[in-house]
Write a protein that binds this ligand. Structure first.
Ligand code: GDP
Length: 368
């Protein structure tokens, strides 16, 4: 029938075509008198938040609303993909509200990383991007590291107000919230909703003990993320699952590294034998070649020896775009958004970084 069904949990229009999209319920559920979408079903029965994706437009509306409300804003970033997971506009919308920055996926960084130094680094980079977080926390939502402490600090900082959790897709926001639900509600029936005018989806509220709530906002798609240029299968290859083992390459001028077929790095000039420390998923293969042979090697072998991307994907895979950098300061990272980074120790080093058109490279003060 053409009849529209509405989820009794969050009010979204039900569809049964695409399980990954908002408002999905299996066709069999449409027979029932009271229909609940898959997202609300999971939340109700398993106390589990499922990620949903919104359009940029809807997300802007949500950001706008945030500034009008008195609340604590918790922004989650993926420390492994800091630049790629940043929400660029957020600082313009926070108003007078306090902001907590949570750096997730701490488990991926080498154990030797000093947490205090990393927190200072996150504060510094946030300021450069226009945001002044009131507090910064490092967690691994996946492993449950520092979750109790962070939940307790958030509870104190919110000072009797609601908490809005924001982040782009894939930062681990659902994992984070699912942990928090276990900390704050135990078993309780957590479905309640919070209405944001003009958006396709109402927010999900997780009630806190003083009548306030922790509110999950949908994940924002950050179009610069490498994740959008690879298949689901390949995303597994480029997403580190455990502590990254840095790989050190001694390169001569005129040598090139390929990271699968997804990115390329040329050492142009700066003296003989320089060390370049690569922080990438352990599963991603690195190929070394001469720069003057690199273009041909790529043309002949992308999709097979230089993979991911896979061969079947080559029709739609964008060209690699070159960006040249003169490294002026010691200990600088060249970031291949979503893939990892290379640390250059010596100033006066000239390099070129290549990523698929649409993905970003950036220079930053070394994270490690
Ligand atoms: P969301 O899109 O922001 O809601 O992110 P999800 O919670 O769905 O997580 C995205 C991916 O990151 C999943 O593959 C998770 O398993 C993974 N993930 C989440 N938290 C962590 C973490 O603390 N460490 C690691 N290594 N992976 C994590």
């Amino acid at each position: 029938s053409n009849q529209q069904h509405i989820c009794i949990g969050c009010g979204v229009t039900i569809q049964s075509e695409n399980p990954e999209e908002i408002g999905y319920a299996p066709a069999s559920a449409l027979e029932k008198e009271m229909i609940i979408c898959q997202r609300c079903y999971r939340l109700k029965h398993y106390n589990e938040i499922q990620d949903v994706h919104l359009t940029d437009d809807d997300f802007l509306k949500i950001l706008h609303e945030l500034g009008n409300r008195e609340a604590l804003i918790v922004m989650i970033v993926d420390i492994f993909d800091f630049n790629g997971s940043w929400l660029p506009g957020l600082h313009r919308f926070v108003g007078k509200n306090k902001v907590v920055l949570v750096g997730n996926k701490l488990d991926l960084l080498p154990k030797s990383v000093k947490h205090n130094k990393l927190i200072q680094w996150l504060k510094h980079e946030s300021r450069e991007l226009g945001l002044r977080p009131d507090e910064v926390f490092l967690v691994s939502a996946g492993k449950g590291w520092m979750m109790k402490e962070t939940a307790a600090s958030i509870d104190e900082l919110r000072n009797g107000k609601d908490v809005y959790v924001v982040g782009c897709t894939n930062v681990g926001k659902s994992t984070f919230i699912n942990r928090i639900i276990k900390e704050v509600t135990g078993e309780g029936d957590v479905i309640t909703t919070s209405h944001f005018p003009g958006t396709t989806l109402d927010m999900i509220r997780i009630p806190l003990d003083d009548g306030r709530a922790l509110i999950d906002t949908p994940g924002i798609i950050n179009h610069h993320q490498m994740a959008h240029f690879v298949t689901k299968q390949d995303l597994k290859v480029i997403t580190p699952k455990k502590e990254i083992k840095p790989k050190v390459y001694q390169l001569n001028e005129g040598q090139t590294l390929f990271f699968g077929g997804l990115a390329r790095f040329d050492y142009i000039s700066g003296g003989p034998k320089r060390s370049f420390v690569c922080y990438l998923a352990n599963e991603l293969t690195i190929h070394r070649t001469k720069t003057d042979k690199a273009a041909e090697l790529y043309k002949n072998h992308v999709g097979e020896m230089l993979t991911p991307p896979g061969r079947e994907q080559m029709d739609s895979f964008p060209d690699l775009v070159r960006q040249e950098y003169m490294i002026k300061e010691a200990k600088t990272d060249i970031v291949f958004s979503g893939l990892g980074w290379i640390t250059v120790n010596e100033p006066g080093t000239k390099v070129a970084a290549y990523v698929p058109r649409g993905v970003q490279t950036v220079l930053r003060r070394s994270l490690i």
